[in-house]
Write a protein that binds this ligand. Structure first.
Ligand code: SF4
Length: 288
């Protein structure tokens, strides 16, 4: 096995183009199902039709699904023999290339100077998460998460007196419904909620984002969480917020709940809100 920078960079570029322009099939199907349920000629139906037309145009023209091409989060499983620094360099070169092509907006701002770095690269951008895998292949997943959806993500520390939420699944339920309510009219609904119970503040959010790599409808392996996911989809959709906040039957496409161990003193519920434009793709890169 050898590492070819060009080969891996090209594969990463393909992954970025696909993620930015091609809404995953399961998300598109969920939007179609929402449209089928919506009242004819309602603002909800019109909003969903517009989203679906946008999805088709982006795919056929290889153009970004949304003007905000988001924060790039790479989740990479790599062979032990290959240097992560080399893989990261190939991914970063692909990010700069995709920015030049216009598949990614210039979307990375130096927080101290306020200057745009111009190529989506900078301290902390993109984000890389790593796991060690077997020999011969790199498994790369990429999520593009827009600022509007990130801004309405929320974290709760239980118990929470305002919500009458204790340290149990009913408390988690109260947090999720509150987050959906607070996000209304922002974050470009219908959304998908990645939820993490536990961890610390940083890893809680990390785990909640990890949930967003799951397919719509892929239920948790833990029966009590699977049941809560299903219940929350129904209850969130009863809030009547609807696509883009126009009112309607579909406010969320899914709720995906994970967990991590926590300290006895802490019980965080971290909620990563993903907009309808749920851009995630995975690719296996075979190494020559
Ligand atoms: S929240 Fe999502 S759909 Fe809305 S502007 Fe941001 S990236 Fe685009």
């Amino acid at each position: 096995m050898s590492f070819s920078q060009n080969h891996v960079q090209k594969a990463f570029l393909e992954l970025i183009v696909k993620a930015s322009t091609n809404l995953p099939e399961d998300v598109e199907q969920a939007l179609q199902a929402a449209l089928a349920k919506a009242d004819q000629d309602s603002p909800e139906a019109k909003a969903l039709e517009t989203l679906l037309a946008n999805v088709a145009l982006a795919r056929s023209n290889w153009r970004p699904l949304c003007q905000d091409t988001g924060m790039l989060l790479f989740d990479i499983t790599s062979p032990p023999e290959i240097s992560r620094a080399e893989i990261q360099a190939a991914a970063e070169a692909a990010v700069a290339g995709a920015t030049e092509l216009g598949v990614l907006r210039q979307n990375c701002v130096n927080s101290l100077t306020g200057k745009n770095t111009g190529n989506n690269l900078g301290y902390g951008c993109p984000i890389f998460h790593w796991q060690e895998g077997g020999p011969g292949v790199i498994e790369a997943s990429l999520m593009l998460k827009g600022g509007g959806s990130e801004n309405v993500s929320a974290q709760y520390s239980l118990p929470d007196a305002r919500l009458s939420a204790g340290r149990d699944l009913d408390g988690v339920r109260a947090c999720v419904l509150d987050a959906v309510w607070q996000a209304q009219g922002r974050g470009c609904a219908p959304g998908i909620l990645g939820v993490a119970i536990g961890g610390d503040r940083a890893t809680g959010y990390e785990e909640s984002k990890r949930q967003l790599f799951r397919r719509i409808g892929q239920r948790s392996p833990h029966p009590e969480l699977a049941q809560l996911e299903e219940r929350l989809v129904v209850e969130a959709n009863q809030l009547g917020i609807g696509p883009m906040g126009f009112g309607g039957k579909t406010t969320v496409l899914d709720v995906l709940i994970g967990w991590r161990c926590r300290l006895p003193a802490s019980y965080f519920v971290s909620i990563s809100y993903m907009c309808w434009c749920c851009r995630r793709q995975t690719m296996t890169i075979a190494l020559p």
